[in-house]
Design a protein around this ligand. Structure first.
Ligand SMILES: Nc1ncnc2c1ncn2[C@@H]1O[C@H](COP(=O)(O)OP(=O)(O)OP(=O)(O)O)[C@@H](O)[C@H]1O
Length: 771
């Protein structure tokens, strides 16, 4: 293994590689020129074809034969136009790749032989590049053959091709760092991906945007990236083990592998918060792909219940639940409750559906009784969805028939008389202008007025306004004891009734907590026979430990034809807390076990060995977490008597981090505490940015952030603010503490006053330094 940087004497091999690189850079430059010219030319041709589209043809439709000729000629012109525009698009795409490759053409080389064929050498980069003769100069990292770079060492290595597994004999694996057309680092490795390269990458500074990991993807991550068989791919991994990184590269891989059949709008990713969505937003574009659809679960739910205020992340995190409320939340998040909602909906096929009157000018037009009679007039084979469509059709027919009689109503007569000249002209412009008699004229205008006025009713029918969804949900909660065993969740009927009463009070104000939002939507979907988004092909859910089984079951049903990739670390549950440990069993029940693949990632890449060893000791679960051998300072713990003294300790620490050119994130438990410490820093003249909402962006420099927004992010240095007994004492706060501590890449500091959280009592003294 060797490496060289400025000043070292180059070996023959290094000179040879640089010459090869120079050759490729020349080819890339030539391709850049050629493609740019080609794009300009096709664009011009297309424009002139467009301009002359009709003038180039003799349009003649006077007889059949000639119109056929004309049609053929139009078609031919259109075809030429399409070809030009395809050529233009292709060249534009190629040019983009060439431009990306010019920055860094390749990062690896492999030499291998396949069977009895001649030895081959290939170079791997961010995209494919062929010379004019069609020879591959660079292979895309996602090409089947590139897999051998990630999957194995030297010797026999198997890789998957569309035609099945292939075996090759690998004789060389070389890694490069290329900057501005110069090879700055080069390693030969016998391992999968040499530790040295990884060490270099991991030692870098944090950024406000996540980076891609294509040059150093690890073998077990590659399994995740290239899996195409599992319906459910479940990735359980320690903090910083590259779950998020791996799935982002997986999206890029799938878009490449199924190019032409899969586009980025058929891939959806659920992220823990908007801040995180922004943080990962650059990875795919950097890899030359378009971003997938991104949502937080809150966004996904709240956009579907427009007039209701769904509980946001902040209040979800800060809410303090009574023991009874905790039990209710557990019940409402369970698969048993999911099943109960389905059973309740099925019971509505026989009766109990709640409707609203459809009103017109403040009087009842279709009464709820009438609607219910129609709804239940169909035979028992009709499910809710069919019943609803049949009812709507009937109502629309009835509405049409009412037009004629309504035309005689007094208000219509009045409206016709009141029509201004302008209105008359407008209405006439849409139809007749001459009438045989005044009666006919009256009817014409009366009909227009009635049809127009009935549009509100039509909308009410087509948009299901006559369903009383909120009333239905309340009714469901009241009846829930008939559909789910309350006792198995430790609840009596009385306790449940009290909770329902509390729920109704908030619901009247149009407020809905997160635990109710999903069953509410689910019930609505069942009532309306909604079948989910069938176009979506891949669903990714990050941080699944913060979802309830109910929410996951609901998402599964919402994307009935998609394959799912779920990522989680059961040690990092910040909302669902200890329930997360049964989540895997619950989730696996939703999928076919034959098509489920579980991958465990145990190696933590984010942090230094010192930070990982410390954070690991916070946990009790004994889950395997392997530290990566990258060295850094021991974490420090500083306890002071007063908060004032603690602020001084904080400012001192910020200076230390600053001197090490590391940006710090000060993570406080709650938003309120984050605000306080931010104000204290400001008063002391220390610059920092307060992140108080997920809709903000990360910025360079020091930040102060509440714990629930730090999910999934990482920072050079992390300072945990006020890890005292008051803030962290419950067992179920252990995972939160682990989550925020594990955000640190290079340095971790823990500050507390007047005492230290007992949750840190189990961390051996050798793993930190007291200050
Ligand atoms: N193969 C790799 N090569 C280089 N860097 C890697 C690799 N795998 C992970 N990393 C780095 O490790 C860090 C953690 O990765 P990532 O955020 O994907 O982990 P995670 O498992 O989603 O973490 P968490 O659950 O703690 O949020 C990132 O900086 C990422 O770039």
């Amino acid at each position: 293994m060797f490496s060289f940087e400025g000043g070292h004497v180059l070996t023959k091999e290094q000179v040879r590689e640089q010459q090869h690189l120079d050759g490729i850079m020349d080819e890339l430059q030539a391709a850049d020129k050629r493609l740019t010219a080609e794009i300009a030319r096709t664009k011009n041709e297309e424009q002139s074809l467009n301009k002359n589209f009709f003038s180039d043809m003799s349009l003649n439709f006077s007889n059949d034969a000639e119109s056929i000729e004309t049609a053929a000629s139009i078609q031919q012109q259109q075809q030429m136009l399409d070809e030009r525009s395809n050529a233009w698009q292709q060249s534009t795409q190629q040019l983009k790749t060439v431009k990306r490759l010019q920055v860094s053409p390749f990062f690896a080389r492999i030499d291998f032989t396949e069977g009895k064929e001649k030895p081959e050498t290939i170079y791997i980069g961010l995209g494919s590049f062929t010379n004019k003769a069609g020879k591959f100069l660079i292979y895309d990292w996602r090409a089947p053959i590139s897999s051998i770079y990630y999957d194995g060492g030297l010797g026999h290595v198997t890789y998957q091709t569309p035609d099945g597994p292939q075996v090759v004999d690998v004789s060389l694996k070389r890694q490069f760092v290329v900057e501005n057309g110069q090879i700055t680092t080069m390693f030969d490795t016998t391992e999968t991906i040499g530790d040295q390269m990884l060490l270099e990458v991991l030692g870098e500074k944090s950024d406000t945007q996540m980076k891609s990991i294509v040059t150093t993807i690890q073998r077990e991550q590659n399994q995740i990236i290239r899996d195409t068989t599992a319906d459910l791919l479940f990735v359980q991994g320690a903090a910083g083990s590259g779950k998020t990184s791996a799935v982002l590269q997986r999206v890029a891989y799938l878009l490449y592998r199924y190019r032409g059949n899969l586009n980025s709008s058929q891939v959806i990713m659920f992220s823990p918060n908007q801040l995180f969505s922004d943080y990962i937003g650059n990875v795919l574009p950097e890899l030359g792909e378009q971003n997938m659809v991104q949502f937080t679960f809150y966004q996904y739910v709240s956009r579907r219940v427009p007039n209701i205020d769904v509980q946001d992340l902040f209040s979800q995190f800060e809410a303090v639940l009574s023991p009874a409320q905790k039990k209710v939340a557990k019940l409402k998040g369970s698969l048993a409750f999911f099943k109960a909602t389905e059973d309740y909906a099925a019971s509505l096929e026989k009766g109990g559906m709640r409707f609203r009157d459809i009103k017109f000018n403040d009087t009842v037009f279709f009464s709820k009784k009438r609607i219910a009679d129609i709804f239940y007039s169909y035979n028992a084979n009709y499910h809710l969805g069919n019943r609803l469509s049949a009812t709507k059709e009937r109502l629309l027919n009835m509405l049409n028939r009412r037009v004629e009689s309504e035309m005689k109503a007094k208000w219509v007569q009045q409206a016709v008389e009141d029509l201004s000249d302008e209105q008359i002209r407008m209405l006439q412009s849409e139809g007749k202008t001459e009438f045989e008699n005044s009666d006919e004229e009256y009817k014409f205008f009366a009909r227009k007025i009635v049809v127009d006025a009935f549009k509100t009713i039509q909308t009410a029918i087509t948009r299901n306004h006559f369903l009383n969804v909120r009333g239905q949900y309340v009714q469901y909660l009241k009846d829930a004891g008939n559909f789910v065993d309350l006792a198995s969740f430790g609840l009596t009927q009385k306790a449940w009734d009290e909770e329902v009463a509390g729920f109704i009070a908030a619901f009247k104000d149009r407020r809905l907590t997160m635990v109710d939002a999903t069953p509410y939507l689910h019930l609505y979907d069942l009532m309306t026979g909604r079948h989910g988004e069938r176009d979506m092909r891949y669903v990714f859910i990050d941080e699944i430990q913060d979802y309830t089984p109910y929410q996951l079951a609901y998402l599964k049903g919402s994307f009935p034809r998609a394959k799912f990739t779920l990522l989680g670390d059961l040690n990092q549950a910040i909302f669902t807390k200890d329930d997360s440990h049964t989540l895997i069993q619950d989730v696996s029940r939703l999928f076919d076990p034959e098509k489920t693949r579980v991958v465990q990632l145990t190696q933590s890449y984010r942090s230094t060995a010192q930070v990982t060893e410390f954070t690991k000791a916070i946990l009790r679960s004994g889950q395997r977490i392997d530290a990566f051998d990258r060295q850094g300072p021991l974490p420090t713990i500083a306890v002071r008597d007063t908060e004032n003294q603690l602020v001084t300790a904080l400012i001192d620490q910020l200076k230390v981090d600053d001197n090490a050119k590391q940006t710090s994130a000060i993570i406080a438990k709650t938003l309120e505490e984050a605000q306080t410490v931010y104000e204290e820093l400001k008063a002391a003249g220390v610059p920092a940015t307060l992140i108080q909402s997920e809709n903000q962006r990360l910025v360079p420099g020091n930040i102060v952030v509440p714990s629930y927004l730090a999910k999934g992010l990482e920072f050079d240095a992390v300072i945990l603010w006020q890890v005292n007994a008051a803030n962290f004492h419950e067992e179920d706060e252990r995972e939160l503490l682990y989550t925020i501590a594990s955000r640190a890449m290079h340095r971790l500091t823990i500050l507390a006053s007047p005492d230290l959280s007992p949750l840190l009592a189990g961390v051996p003294a050798s793993r930190y330094e007291k200050k």
